[in-house]
Design a protein around this ligand. Structure first.
Ligand SMILES: [Mg+2]
Length: 374
């Protein structure tokens, strides 16, 4: 079996409701569906997200194609080494890892389909029967957040996640409202790097009365030193998120004890295999991994779920994001968590069935947004 083409389809993913987070409100996001085709008719799928222009992503994918086409999709490590040589980009950083990671995941999808095995088995097998996910509560104000929180409690979630960094009085009011609704369930707060060190320490000390399970990326997203400074100054566990893009970052954060938890996904690390290596580094440091969600579809959530089944040092309340979309692009399986959990699936590859019509609609939405500039 040989790789023949890499095909990119830009998608516009409309959200169910406005998405409020540190300093922003988004109505939709762009993702690029990646299809790696082979000469035996088996295709693998994954996606690139992260806000980079689809035209740049497509150009990078076509360049990667110049070394991948003709190679076996079953020799993933060797193929990816060629890709990294192409750019001199081994563990290079955000943009490269997002794209290489999607190609890597598509290759695992091909291998799983070719061997008729779910990818988690090819990665060494599941070490857990299910993965626990959080309820993501969001809204314009405390009232809307509390409404989401009530739904989360009714649906049986044990971990609730929300954004902070929206302004001091707003944060205090929003977190109080959600804590009031969820009782003693775990509450995760994510600042997405909205604060500087001084504000982060001040805000976390104030928010500590609501007993957050942890605060995610409170300080600058490029600075391990800033994160460590905050972690050592506050009475609440701190998670690293938006600053991890390589195994070196993972090692350095663990070595410096700059975070209590790593929020991470195969996109940041450049694929499923490096993601498992990253989890291994953290495991040796006694630090757990929490799955990182981006603006993704069920394609990515299934890839992450299959990877998570193989990770021993995984937290509860992992991030899952497809539910914020008005329409997902997979038709199966149903990945709505039950009481916050998803179990085992046996479907080969990454386990999802693409909904071709939904892909077409999202691609059409993207084309129209480019044409009209909306
Ligand atoms: Mg985060």
């Amino acid at each position: 079996m040989r790789i023949t083409t890499i095909h990119a389809t830009p998608l516009l993913l409309a959200f169910r409701e406005p998405y409020y987070w540190a300093g922003r409100c988004d109505l939709d996001a762009v993702a690029v569906l990646v299809e790696v085709r082979t000469d035996e008719g088996v295709s693998g799928y994954a996606e690139v997200t992260g806000g980079y222009p689809p035209v740049a992503i497509d150009a990078a994918l076509q360049e990667i194609g110049t070394v991948l086409i003709g190679l076996s999709p079953l020799d993933i490590a060797g193929s990816l080494r060629e890709v990294h040589h192409l750019y001199g980009l081994t563990q290079a950083g955000n943009f490269a890892n997002l794209i290489v990671g999607a190609v890597e995941m598509a290759l695992w999808d091909i291998m799983g389909k070719a061997l008729d095995q779910p990818v988690y088995r090819l990665l060494g097998g599941a070490c857990r029967g299910e993965v626990d996910y959080f309820a993501f509560v969001h809204g314009r104000d405390a009232e809307e957040l509390a409404e989401d929180a009530r739904e989360a409690v009714a649906a049986g979630y044990s971990v609730v996640y929300m954004k902070v960094g929206r302004g001091e009085s707003e944060d205090m009011e929003n977190v109080a409202a959600v804590r009031d609704v969820i009782g003693d369930r775990r509450l995760r707060l994510d600042a997405n790097g909205a604060w500087d060190v001084r504000d982060a320490i001040y805000m976390i000390r104030r928010l500590a009365i609501y007993e957050p399970d942890w605060i995610e990326q409170p300080a600058h997203t490029k600075s391990i030193a800033a994160l460590k400074h905050v972690k050592e100054s506050v009475p609440v566990p701190v998670a690293a998120d938006d600053l991890i893009y390589s195994l070196f970052d993972v090692y350095e954060i663990c070595r410096q004890r700059a975070a209590d938890v790593l929020v991470l996904s195969p996109h940041e690390t450049g694929g499923l295999a490096p993601f498992r290596k990253a989890a291994g580094i953290a495991e040796a440091a006694g630090i757990a991994i929490n799955l990182h969600g981006r603006f993704v579809t069920g394609v990515t959530d299934m890839a992450l779920h299959y990877a998570a089944l193989t990770i021993p040092n995984l937290t509860e309340g992992n991030q899952i994001m497809h539910q914020i979309l008005r329409e997902d692009i997979i038709s199966a399986p149903d990945i709505t968590p039950r009481s916050g959990r998803l179990g085992m699936y046996d479907a080969p590859g990454l386990g999802f069935q693409l909904d071709d019509e939904a892909v077409g609609r999202a691609a059409e939405l993207y084309s129209r947004s480019v044409t009209t500039g909306t």
